[in-house]
Write a protein that binds this ligand. Structure first.
Ligand SMILES: C[S@@+](CC[C@H](N)C(=O)[O-])C[C@H]1O[C@@H](n2cnc3c(N)ncnc32)[C@H](O)[C@@H]1O
Length: 186
């Protein structure tokens, strides 16, 4: 195992994962990365919705769990499992990034996000916001234990307007926000 385990495996409740993916309007055209993928529940749900998904996980046991679950679900062709630290994985192919990680980790990842993610990429975080970014949506969801969970949705370029970009995807934010507003989670 290389890199540092910065957060323990605490899974996002599945009903919260569903709401988060609804909020970001995941479709078959998306490529979702889960940074610290745990047992793979997020990447598997994204793959069930037709997206290509990438699980980045440092724990070799969890890496095996994700591979087995993807195989059992017949989703191996749409789920790529990378055993690595999220700091070491290039994120520029993502259209959606999911991160259920502590605030200080998101703070460390923020500059990587701003350097590598293309304009228009959606970033979903659970319970912890990305400091200094402006969310386009904040959704509160009660999980199956009765606890209120908060999902933050950001869009690169829109949520961090002060940043400079060398790499851009042509983006029409009004169209993207309109799409987000009119789908299940909007
Ligand atoms: C809070 S859990 C989130 C699991 C999953 N994303 C979910 O929402 O159900 C954090 C995960 O990050 C993994 N992790 C911790 N440090 C990591 C690192 N440096 N690189 C990649 N994964 C890491 C842990 O093994 C754990 O599975």
């Amino acid at each position: 195992m290389s890199g540092l385990v910065e957060a323990p495996f605490i899974p996002s409740p599945i009903e919260v994962v569903e709401k988060a993916l609804d909020l970001a309007c995941i479709t078959s055209g998306d490529v979702l990365y889960d940074l610290g993928a745990g047992d793979g529940r997020v990447v598997l749900e994204a793959a069930r919705r037709g997206a290509y998904s990438v699980a980045v996980e440092i724990d070799p046991y969890l890496v095996e769990v994700i591979r087995e679950k993807a195989m059992e679900a017949g989703l191996s062709s749409r789920v790529c499992v990378v055993e690595a630290s999220y700091y070491d994985v290039y994120l520029g192919y993502a259209t959606v990034v999911y991160a259920y990680l502590y605030r200080y980790i998101l703070e460390k990842l923020r500059s990587k996000f701003e350097k590598e993610l293309l304009v228009g990429t959606r970033v979903l975080t659970l319970d912890f916001p990305v400091t200094n970014w402006i969310p386009v949506r904040v959704k509160r969801v009660v999980d199956n234990k009765g606890i209120v969970r908060t999902i933050y949705l950001y869009i690169i370029g829109y949520s961090n307007p002060g940043s400079l970009y060398r790499r851009t995807r042509i983006y029409d934010y009004r169209r993207l926000l309109g799409r987000i507003g009119s789908c299940r989670g909007g």
